[in-house]
Design a protein around this ligand. Sequence first.
Ligand code: GLC
Length: 411
Amino acid sequence: MHQYRMTALETEIRRIMHNNARESRGYRYTVPSPELYPFQWLWDSCFHAITLRHFDLSAAKDEIHAALAMPLPDGLLPHIIFWKDDHRIVNWGRERRGDIINNAWGTEHTSSLTQPPVIAEAVRILLDEHFDRSFAEAVYPKLAAYYRALITERDLEGRGLLGILNPDESGEDNSPRFDHILRLPAAHTNDEHLDRRIALIEQHAACAFEERCMQPFFWVEDVPFNAIALVGLRALAGIAEKLKQTADACEFNTYADTIGTAMRTYMLRGHCFYSIDRTEGTDTLIPTKTWALFAPLYAGIATDEEAQMLVIHYLENEQEFGTPFPIPSTACSEATFNRDGFWRGPTWIAPNWFIHQGLVRYGFHTHARTLAERTRALLAQSGFREQYDPISGNGLGAHHFTWGGLVLDMD
Ligand code: GLC
């Protein structure tokens, strides 16, 4: 029975990945959703590669090649690539967004922002499946350039924490973690939110895309971004070692250690890690409880006791994240919790994938299995949607959305 269900699920995942596959200028990539997200996104492509490796390793590698194809002038990888110069075909909520993105996101074919740096870990996962030396050699210099650019451009005073300069860089565009910096009350419209993010994009353009110029306007040392960077740097160091780049391996491992230490030094309060607002020279912990609380487990920087506390007080707690269809993106106890607000309550499958890995890492195998089961239950009930109501399990947002493919990695 289980075997049969898994096979049917796999067939559906293959179908979505196939239907969402695109080709342009000699590159192959996958769009997260044909109607709402018809471009290439950076962290989505990492999820795609991780999913595709289960049945088409060559497509998985192509996805990575495409994601690395158009670095920004300072070496960062863009969060969106508009392969077909078709920016204007999408209206994310309102008409003017297409134009603004076209005019203000700076570079000709891409966005000027980045997204959580999952890519080196995605490559490590592919290489663990099968060590393809020529693939490793082809992607390694580009990966190294990206992580080095993150360190140069985003670690303000070398204290070991990377900053993001727009909520979109967290991958959680409307997360309540950023409300106070955007000067938004708990209740606001999506248009009001979008206005604030567009203003930041315009400011970034006015800064001639000089990264640190954004600090007076928006600068957050975000927990998941740094946890993901740490894992990415360790993966990159491992790839460097395999390619006999010993000095590089040492450099990336050292910086991964630095992030881990800095996260514990600056982000830890009690047994939880919180993102830090550094906007306008501030240095304030952001207390909002979101799925980010669990990201340190993915990076392995929490102690066993902290992990235990997280599981008891937050994961299992029905007042917090223990909903029928976990993990809600924002805790139920938050004033900003909204069952169908974008990143303000609904369950998203990529965070579940990160959390699942964290639970396995700390030996919470039963909890990990339950999370995988509940995630598969979402797909069975509501199909491959962008997000899900964490209480009813109803699907929300984009259709034919690819992130559900990550369940192949969760058991
Ligand atoms: C939304 C999500 C972001 C994702 C993108 C494409 O903007 O917030 O995380 O990368 O859609 O799926």
